[in-house]
Design a binder for this molecule. Structure first.
Ligand SMILES: Nc1ncnc2c1ncn2[C@@H]1O[C@H](COP(=O)(O)OP(=O)(O)OP(=O)(O)O)[C@@H](O)[C@H]1O
Length: 262
């Protein structure tokens, strides 16, 4: 494996970008994940489906370093990262969004994006040194354009619509220039029109970006993904193309059946 000396990240090769091997996570007596083997390729768009409590967020927490697995190995871009803490993961190319919004409501869109770039300071001091404030301002506005918020750079987050906040959260994650992006229920609580816009936004992100998406909305998940895995009770129970998953009776029983019950 070679390393890009400017970013200190492993460079692209044929290895999977994300490789989880025999992952288990126990919370006391509860096994939230068990025997998870999962590989995600460069630029792949993977949707993770499953009913409440299936283990989807725990899976993301393991990839993002928020949880050290009880057993198993996490390999990101060829590097064993099992024990590396979450603060190191952006340097390994990982960014994520959360179910609950983590924006600064009283600041503008530009200020939020500005600050999300300065967050790199801790991670890439060499990157930060010599950069002028104006460059970071330019960077913030460039990210706003990437997430279709250019007309709102001077708008306070508190005055954005729910959908625009989701767009901004994706922008905040993009600010660390990630190779792997974890989107945790980006469409939750959005109107039909907002969901449509979000799907289009996600679809036009750079094809090189590897994307993992947790989404309860099957329509959103199956449109955005080129591969889907389904979880239930901490294990992977199905996987395939969106079309295969759409017609899988087991998936209907496990996922849609339970969702319909709730
Ligand atoms: N920090 C924790 N401590 C104890 N139990 C936890 C913790 N985090 C998650 N769990 C439990 O682990 C299981 C999996 O939770 P997880 O949040 O990963 O599921 P999920 O598929 O993301 O659910 P949802 O769709 O509701 O977000 C659940 O039973 C949950 O209660």
């Amino acid at each position: 494996m070679t390393t890009d000396t400017t970013t200190n990240r492993p460079t692209r090769n044929d290895q999977p970008v994300v490789s989880l091997r025999s992952i288990a996570v126990a919370f006391g007596g509860l096994l939230a994940l068990e025997g998870i083997d999962l590989e995600v390729g460069h630029g792949e768009r993977l949707a993770v489906l499953g009913p409440n409590g299936a283990g989807k967020t725990t899976l993301f927490n393991v990839i993002a370093g928020d949880i050290v697995p009880t057993r198993g190995t996490v390999v990101l871009q060829g590097r064993d990262c099992t024990m590396s803490p979450s603060r190191m993961r952006p340097g390994l190319g990982v960014a994520r969004t959360y179910q609950k919004t983590r924006l600064f409501n009283d600041l503008t869109v530009e200020d939020n994006l500005y600050l999300s770039q300065t967050g790199k300071q801790r991670r890439h001091l060499s990157w930060w040194r010599g950069r002028r404030d104006a460059e970071l301002r330019d960077g913030a506005r460039a990210i706003a354009r990437r997430v279709w918020l250019a007309p709102f750079v001077d708008t306070k987050v508190a005055d954005l619509s729910h959908g625009q906040r989701r767009q901004l959260e994706i922008g905040m994650a993009l600010a660390s220039d990630p190779e792997i992006m974890l989107l945790d229920e980006p469409a939750s609580g959005l109107s039909r029109g907002e969901r449509e816009r979000l799907v289009e936004l996600i679809e036009q992100l750079e094809p090189e970006l590897t994307l993992l998406l947790i989404e309860h909305d099957m329509d959103v998940a199956l449109r955005v993904a080129d591969r889907v895995v389904v979880m239930a009770d901490g294990v992977l129970v199905a996987g395939g193309t969106p079309d295969e998953i759409r017609h899988d009776p087991l998936v209907h029983e496990i996922y849609l059946g339970r969702e319909g019950d709730s």
